[in-house]
Design a protein around this ligand. Structure first.
Ligand SMILES: *Cc1c(COP(=O)(O)O)cnc(C)c1O
Length: 354
């Protein structure tokens, strides 16, 4: 039986997507050829790329608003430097909400002055700073919408006097936002969209071309836009699976529909964390992530019992990240509500044994 997969990333994808993807590995589009052995320039694959790009724009509600979607390689980690390479002339402003923000800041510092507008490091990143000021002469403001490791999520984005750039790797397509407020959004596929190996970048095209430096082709968003995301051989399989996941999401009713399911899963799990005296939530309540729920045992001596219980229940991937400890339940789009039911049941079983 398929496990209840709470892995933080790479993570669960819809079962029907994996089935279609495995069929395409053997025989793609009835061609009697595998998806991964045909030219990326063939019509069959160009259609996949175009479909994936337009589904991303459509699901985010950005049609006709001057945005382009790209499927690049090098992970979200490469976007940390590409964003700065393409947008940072003199000064950039960053909000530091965790490990991924810290890494993005480190890369951007190579390209100009960096203002850290606020940081939640003092609380081991268990909250989202608020009420900070963003310098209006910054070339852009960068934030991380969902902090995969610490389990916090920005609920309200600040009014920004400059371009708004966001790393949405771990909550893209999970909740409704006014995506047109953002000038550049990027997301590694492996948290809510597909296998590792491709990164979705959604850019408002008119923000490009404003830096003075020479940009190497592979790192230049304009080059990738000019080549319809095919400047070099794209990661054909990850792009294909991302396309299937986006189709799945569209058939389900889009972000509006999945957000309801995600809210139901998060409410169920956080209610149990708050009700059950054996568990403590890690993140500040108002900043709790609806994608990654972090929690600890009130009494560490119960660890072995709890670990045995959840493993016996067919649960996978519940251990917390090494920088936080405890537990992390990642409840991404494709995780069914029934899996959260199983986890809550295990938490209640532990309470009965205590
Ligand atoms: C996983 C993750 C990354 C890193 O992605 P890679 O594809 O491994 O480079 C960056 N930001 C966030 C928010 C993430 O969750």
């Amino acid at each position: 039986m398929k496990k209840h997969n709470f892995s933080a990333g790479p993570c669960i994808l819809p079962q029907e997507v994996m089935k279609k993807a495995s069929e395409a590995i053997l025989n793609f589009n009835g061609l009697n050829l595998s998806l991964i052995e045909i030219s990326h320039r063939s019509k069959d694959f160009v259609d996949v790329m175009e479909n994936a790009r337009s589904l991303a724009i459509e699901l985010l509600g950005l049609e006709g608003k001057g945005y382009k979607a790209l499927f690049l390689q090098g992970g979200a980690s490469t976007e940390f430097l590409m964003v700065a390479y393409n947008l940072l002339n003199k000064k950039a402003a960053y909000l530091n909400t965790g490990t991924w923000s810290t890494k993005a800041i480190k890369e951007a510092k190579l390209f100009g002055e960096l203002v850290e507008v606020a940081s939640s490091k003092d609380g081991n990143f268990n909250y989202i700073p608020k009420g900070y000021t963003i310098p209006s002469d910054a070339d852009y403001f960068h934030c991380t919408s969902n902090n995969t490791i610490f389990g916090t999520q920005i609920k309200e984005f600040p009014e920004v006097p400059t371009k708004l750039v966001c790393d949405m790797s771990s909550d893209i397509f999970s909740r409704q936002l006014d995506f047109s407020k953002f000038d550049l959004i990027y997301a590694g596929a492996q948290k809510n969209m597909g296998p590792a190996g491709t990164t979705l970048v959604v850019i408002k095209e008119d923000i490009l071309g404003q830096v003075e430096r020479v940009i190497p082709s592979m790192l230049d968003y304009k080059v990738h836009i000019g080549k319809d995301s095919m400047f070099n051989t794209p990661a054909v399989f990850p792009v294909y699976v991302s396309m299937l996941t986006l189709e799945w999401l569209k058939d389900l009713g889009g972000i509006e529909a999945i957000e309801k399911v995600n809210d139901a899963k998060a409410t169920l799990l956080y209610n149990e964390i708050d009700r059950n005296p054996l568990f403590n939530g890690f993140a500040a309540k108002e900043d709790r992530s609806h994608m990654n729920a972090t929690f600890n045992l009130a009494d560490d001596s119960m660890k072995d019992t709890f670990d045995t219980l959840w493993k016996e229940a067919g649960i996978n991937g519940l251990n917390g990240h090494r920088s936080v400890g405890g537990y992390r339940a990642s409840i991404y789009n494709a995780l069914p509500l029934e899996s959260v039911d199983v986890l809550v049941d295990v938490m209640q079983q532990l309470e009965k044994k205590a």
